[in-house]
Design a protein around this ligand. Structure first.
Ligand code: ADP
Ligand code: MG
Length: 246
């Protein structure tokens, strides 16, 4: 008996898919650095950041170079751990989790897209997209079927057998997005996904990511205001702190 109003409210009150509470991340400079004695021994890349992201949200992370965007995304993706504070991913508090448990959590719940695509050059687009399913123990026939469906979804039905080197930059990034989506993750995290692409191609990539934020969260870091205009919500960082969220 769900009417439109209750659907809307259930979406906004759904538990966050990723949450960080008072998260600080400091990097320690190498102790062998010739500068380490006279300069500060640590860099505070994130300073007490609290953010909740819900299913269905398409969120932009903004801020100048060095403001902490990549650090925040790596933490939200479970690729890194905070110095202090708490990160919850798909309902699991990641504090104190072993590297192995964090890797499993990522595999089960997170899709990641990078600026430089990171596709394997020697195998086809379809084989690249199917790779995460190998780790999930999915059989070959199902892997091929699901990878094909995802490549169709991102508009690459006619590029399935091509190797990355035979594809344009925009096409390679769409393969990377299909690979991130193939495990049906709760959250997709993309760090400067249009950084290598021209404006028109970048817009297509953002459109593909936006469409994928149907029932999952999609988080995109970018310093491109045109990209950020496409998102539902922008979290703006400066010197590791949230200066705007909305
Ligand atoms: P952005 O993605 O917004 O450009 P980053 O998260 O990469 O910002 O960096 C935030 C700050 O942390 C910067 O001052 C950067 O130099 C520093 N930083 C990032 N990664 C490391 C690292 N591995 N070791 C030391 N400092 C780092
Ligand atoms: Mg960055």
């Amino acid at each position: 008996m769900a009417d439109a109003a209750s659907i809307t409210s259930s979406k906004s009150t759904a538990p966050p898919v990723v949450s960080c509470q008072k998260v600080t991340r400091q990097y320690t400079r190498g102790s062998d650095s010739v500068f380490s004695r006279q300069s500060q021994p640590t860099v505070t890349a994130l300073d007490s950041v609290s953010v909740d992201i819900h299913p269905g949200e398409f969120v932009g992370i903004a801020g100048p170079s060095g403001s902490g965007k990549s650090t925040l995304l790596h933490l939200l993706a479970g690729l890194d751990t905070p110095t202090t504070g708490q990160i919850t991913l798909s309902g699991t508090d990641t504090t104190g989790l072993s590297e192995q448990r964090r890797a499993q959590l990522r595999l089960d719940h997170v899709g990641i897209v990078f600026q430089h695509f990171y596709l394997l050059p020697s195998i086809s687009a379809r084989a690249n997209v199917a790779l995460p399913l190998v780790e999930h123990g999915v059989g070959k026939r199902t892997r091929r079927k699901q990878a094909t469906a995802l490549l169709e979804q991102v508009g690459l039905a006619d590029r399935i057998g091509h190797k990355p080197g035979e594809l344009s930059g925009g096409e390679q990034q769409r393969v990377a997005i299909a690979r991130a989506l193939v495990t049906d993750p709760d959250v997709v995290i993309a760090d400067e996904p249009t950084g290598e692409l021209d404006t028109a191609t970048g817009e297509q990539i953002i459109a593909v990511l936006s469409e994928s934020a149907d029932d999952r969260a999609v988080i995109v870091a970018s310093h491109d205001e045109q990209v950020l205009e496409q998102t539902d919500r922008v979290i703006r960082l400066r010197d590791g702190q949230v200066v705007h969220d909305g």
